[in-house]
Design a protein around this ligand. Structure first.
Ligand code: G6P
Ligand code: ZN
Length: 566
């Protein structure tokens, strides 16, 4: 929109002229909204909450008010295509222009996966980026929306930044915007919004180029050519559709139709775009029985999660991290070896065993990808992962769903073994960490807080006690001291470790939008290959019961069984 065409009459009486910017920004009075505190991964609320007048504007202005480098800088903006994505982007563009941002790179159609945002921030050396997504939460007018600010490293803002943004939202009394028509987000190319240049860019190109630099695309092409290999990628009607089609089908020659549910929809087709055994059950079935695909994978709403399946075989995210760490050198991007590995605290200790064998560093961080940022920036780790279906590396500063899928394809192409054989051989070498997570969703918040409080009170008495056959070695409320900047994050979840290496971990989810979700993570180490083929829930049953009893789950939440078991 040329500056001259901005209608002066349409500008509110309370406007003011910015010196140095030949445009008029409207100053809109506002009042703080309670609860604009970013959680594990940005600010997530119901769409209806975000649709309230000034709600999104307040939060975005708080970003501009606290992140000085954005004035005169470049910002990346994009989202997972869910309901409200386009409107939110138009709002952000107007605020960005009014706040003196020089240029915005926005994905075509408003589409950018979370790892693609991270990739573009780094490649174009921008001052940051805004991701619009509620990740794996459902989308639609009555569902969830979210906004997250990523810093110049490409990673989610650290707590110091999110705290500053939150603090600002509690005192905000005005925001700056421009009166302007909606911009065309569908045509690649540049336009002006006031003084700000808006560049609509190809959503996939930069990211696809990065993937090609990391993995052996020729070997993967050969794998697809061998008639015996059949796979499926489920984009769950979310953001990875265009990425997966371009890379797997167009670049790597996978047969058309390899990518299913590949068109991003505002409501994800009514589904729950979370790649786990429950919500991506369709591809689980396709790896079983008559069809028996050799490989299947899925990613979530914003493209940062992954689920990996082989024929009749589910690879836990914890095992996936361990396997990639043990075999990293198959991929050209990791040929030189890996510096170290990190996992979130509730993630199984399978990767620790690999790190020990490789003689590399191993770090245990709180839940949340942002905690890997410093370790990656400092070169202390190359790979990292979380039990919550997140795997990634130093190539960007987010977890990366399609990256994990390509890494697995590279591994399968190099080894020419089935997924199940690869994993079983890994267990034979390192031992198996049986692992499960039980989620109790939408429980009463007060009951959940009470349960955690009760657990914390128990902790001091647990070490040395025998629970069933398991002797408690340590029990604590996980506190993390960042080895790079020495910042401390307390109360990151209750850990009960047993003498044989088994663990029970309990914490409340930081990503929910209604009530509380209790997550119970159970792990047992089994060195004996003769005992690697047990049913996971049966192998872990004694520990599951110990957790239920200790936390008084039924008495405190009224729940007898978890809602989701993965
Ligand atoms: C998001 C974050 C992850 C985190 C996951 C689970 O996906 O990016 O880092 O592990 O949420 O968080 P929650 O607090 O719900 O267990
Ligand atoms: Zn996600």
């Amino acid at each position: 929109v040329p500056i001259a065409s901005l209608s002066r009459q349409s500008i509110e009486a309370n406007h003011r002229v910015f010196k140095g910017y030949q445009m008029e920004a409207t100053v809109v009075s506002t009042q703080p909204f309670a609860g604009q505190k970013p959680g594990t991964s940005g600010l997530r609320k119901k769409v209806k909450t975000f649709q309230q007048p000034h709600y999104l504007e307040n939060f975005v202005q708080a970003i501009f008010d606290t992140q000085a480098t954005l004035r005169g800088g470049t910002l990346v903006v994009g989202g997972d295509g869910r309901f409200h994505n386009r409107e939110a982007i138009q709002t952000i563009l107007r605020l960005a222009a009014a706040n003196g941002v020089a240029r915005v790179l926005v994905g075509q159609g408003g589409i950018l996966s979370t790892p693609a945002v991270s990739c573009i921030i780094r490649k174009h050396a921008t001052q940051g980026g805004i991701v619009l997504s509620a990740s794996h939460n459902p989308g639609g007018p009555d569902e969830d929306f979210g906004i997250k600010f990523n810093v110049a490293s490409g990673g989610p803002a650290p707590e110091s930044v999110t705290d500053a943004i939150y603090q600002r939202t509690t005192e905000i009394d005005r925001y700056l915007t421009l009166q302007a028509d909606a911009l065309d987000l569908d045509t690649i190319g540049d336009s002006q919004l006031g003084e700000m240049r808006v560049s609509v860019i190809d959503s996939v190109a930069d990211y696809a180029g990065l993937m090609e630099s990391l993995f052996d695309f020729d070997a993967i092409r050969d794998l697809f050519k061998s008639a015996s290999f059949r796979m499926c990628f489920d984009a769950m009607h979310a953001v990875t559709g265009p990425y997966a089609k371009a890379i797997l089908e167009d670049q790597l020659g996978a047969p058309a139709g390899t990518v299913i549910n590949g068109v991003p929809l505002e409501d994800f087709g009514g589904g729950h775009p979370d790649p786990n055994l429950v919500h991506a059950h369709g591809i689980v079935e396709r790896t079983q029985g008559a069809e028996g695909l050799d490989f299947a994978a899925a990613s979530d709403g914003d493209g940062d999660r992954n689920m990996i399946l082989g024929r009749d075989f589910f690879v836990t995210p914890s095992d996936s991290l361990a396997l990639l760490a043990a075999n990293a050198e198959v991929a050209p991007g990791y040929k030189a070896g890996i510096a170290g590995v990190a996992r979130s605290m509730p993630t199984s200790q399978a990767a620790d065993r690999v790190a020990e064998a490789l003689g590399i560093g191993c770090f245990e961080t709180p839940t949340g990808w942002k905690f890997f940022g410093n370790l990656l920036d400092a070169g202390r780790i190359t790979l990292c992962g979380e039990e919550s279906f997140g795997t990634g590396s130093a190539h960007v500063r987010e977890k990366d769903g399609l990256w994990a899928v390509l890494f697995w394809l590279n591994l399968l192409a190099a080894k020419r073994q089935s997924v199940a054989t690869l994993v079983r051989e890994h267990w034979r070498r390192f031992g198996r960490n049986y692992y499960t997570r039980h989620d109790y969703e939408a429980i009463d918040s007060a009951a959940a807080e009470g349960l955690v409080h009760h657990l914390r009170l128990l902790l001091a008495d647990l070490p040395g006690r025998l629970l069933g056959d398991y002797k408690v070695a340590y029990a604590d409320d996980f506190s993390y001291t960042d080895p790079v900047d020495a910042s401390v994050s307390d109360h990151q979840g209750v850990r009960i470790g047993f003498e044989d290496g088994s663990r029970v971990v309990m914490r409340l989810s930081g990503t929910g939008t209604s009530g509380a979700t209790l997550r119970v993570y159970i792990e047992r180490f089994e060195p004996d290959p003769e005992r690697h083929d047990q049913d996971v829930q049966i192998a872990l049953q004694p520990l599951i019961l110990i957790a239920r009893e200790l936390a008084q789950i039924e008495a405190r939440t009224g729940r007898v069984e978890p809602d989701v078991v993965t």
